[in-house]
Design a protein around this ligand. Structure first.
Ligand code: ZN
Length: 435
């Protein structure tokens, strides 16, 4: 079997784990389906003779020894967990591509075709999606020291199960000091490949993207308090219906985007909890989590301020109390220019067109880029859809990406980004708020 065919066989095998009828996967973090993909990862590593190790937040590492135990580490990977009824490419493609690219690099080193200075480690980051346990990008953020380990282990899902219980339940709660977990200060670089989840590459018919920056994002945690009453016996004027207030709030999240230049701000309400949620009770409490994202942080700030005013008005008009607080603020991050140029060079050598691109979604590489020079690559997403079962990328584009990641890893393992400053720096912004 050719190398490309072997990758595709493995990719489609993993896509069958937790598969849904409509072609997606349902593999939320630390569920039995997540365990099965992790077991698959471990078997792949074992078949290559790579030891595996799990850290204190469930990140799973496979150690590819190229230069001996004293060598520094080039880390590569993504995440195997999915959104509920999510797509089979988001995250899993990056882990499978990293496993195969690392295997190819090791074969070339063993055959004496290339020389390297660093070892490779392939990683499956825990809970990138954040659907079951918020916040998202949890495993890589704890690894990078951006989130607190104990606080994250105590995080509960909607059923009250903690991360610690869920991870130990699937047998993947490791030891924070486990031998073999690459120390952050031993990292030479990080590389990740992912589907774009937008349609810039598809529209321009370019098979590869070199990500140069990520958007500024923040969430708003909103609680709407009314009064519980009978849906039949309460007069309309006496009702304080928290769900009606929530409906207005949701619509404002859509409306706020029309106040800015098209495409410059995206927003949504992604989680709603309604209480008591009974068919014959006027709801007394709704909890919502809203999400705002823009390239320019000032747009997010202006949108957030306008929403706060609207919430106060909705509260007054509906006789409700609306409380909102800022959470999970993630500023723009820039990837090192040297890494973007390296990607462009590798693509040119492969004869594959590449363009620079921004990511509107968060990724594990955004966390890693705060502790080591990081390279983020995209391949096209058909119709730009993601976090749904319809998510699709062609075999041909996936194969091109694996070849690209292999070339990037070869150079990173040869020290291409040694000593490079990270994260990268922002280009100057214009004062009118347009970048
Ligand atoms: Zn992802």
């Amino acid at each position: 079997m050719s190398q490309d065919q072997s990758f595709l066989t493995d990719f489609h095998e993993v896509a069958a784990i937790g598969a849904t009828e409509a072609g997606g996967v349902h593999r939320e973090a630390a569920t039995p389906e997540d365990r099965l993909t992790r077991d698959w990862f471990v078997r792949f590593a074992q078949s290559r003779g790579w030891p595996t190790v799990v850290d204190g937040i469930g990140n799973l590492f496979a150690l590819v020894d190229l230069v001996g135990p004293q060598g520094r580490v080039v880390l590569t990977g993504s995440h195997l967990d999915s959104q509920p009824r999510g797509g089979r490419f988001d995250g899993a493609y990056g882990v499978l591509a990293a496993l195969h690219a690392a295997d190819r690099v090791q074969r070339r080193v063993r055959a004496g075709e290339i020389e390297v200075l660093h070892n490779l480690v392939v990683v499956d980051w825990f809970n990138e999606e954040g659907g079951r346990f918020a916040p998202s990008i949890m495993g890589s953020s704890v690894y990078a020291g951006l989130m607190d380990l104990d606080e994250m282990l105590a995080t509960e899902d909607l059923e009250g199960t903690t991360v610690r219980e869920a991870l130990s339940g699937i047998g993947y709660l490791g030891d924070p000091g486990a031998e073999g977990v690459p120390a952050v200060d031993s990292l030479a670089a990080y590389a990740e490949i992912h589907i774009e989840q937008g349609h810039v590459l598809e529209d321009e018919q370019i098979p590869l993207g070199a990500v140069d920056s990520s958007w500024h994002t923040q969430k708003l945690d909103i609680e709407i308090l009314g009064e519980q009453s009978h849906t039949g016996a309460t007069r309309m004027e006496d009702r304080r219906d928290a769900l009606v207030g929530a409906a207005h709030v949701v619509l404002r999240f859509q409306e706020v985007c029309t106040r800015f230049a098209q495409g410059s701000l995206v927003s949504s309400v992604g989680q709603v909890t309604v209480e008591p949620n009974s068919p014959i009770v006027v709801n007394s409490r709704v909890h919502l989590v809203g999400d705002l994202r823009a390239d320019d942080p000032r747009i997010v700030e202006r949108a957030r301020d306008w929403l706060m005013e609207q919430f106060a008005q909705i509260g007054q008009e509906c006789g409700l109390e609306v409380r909102a607080s800022d959470v999970d603020i993630r500023p723009n991050r820039y990837y090192p220019e040297e890494g973007v140029e390296l990607s462009e060079k590798v693509a040119a050598e492969l004869g594959v067109p590449i363009r620079r691109i921004q990511t509107m979604a968060g990724h594990d590489s955004v966390a890693l880029n705060t502790v080591t020079p990081s390279v983020m690559l995209f391949i096209p997403s058909v119709d730009g859809v993601s976090h749904c079962e319809r998510e699709f990328t062609t075999d041909e584009d996936m194969v091109t990406g694996v070849g690209m990641l292999t070339g990037v890893l070869e150079r990173l393992a040869h020290g291409a980004l040694d000593g490079v400053a990270y994260p990268g720096t922002a280009p100057a912004r214009r004062e009118d708020g347009v970048s």
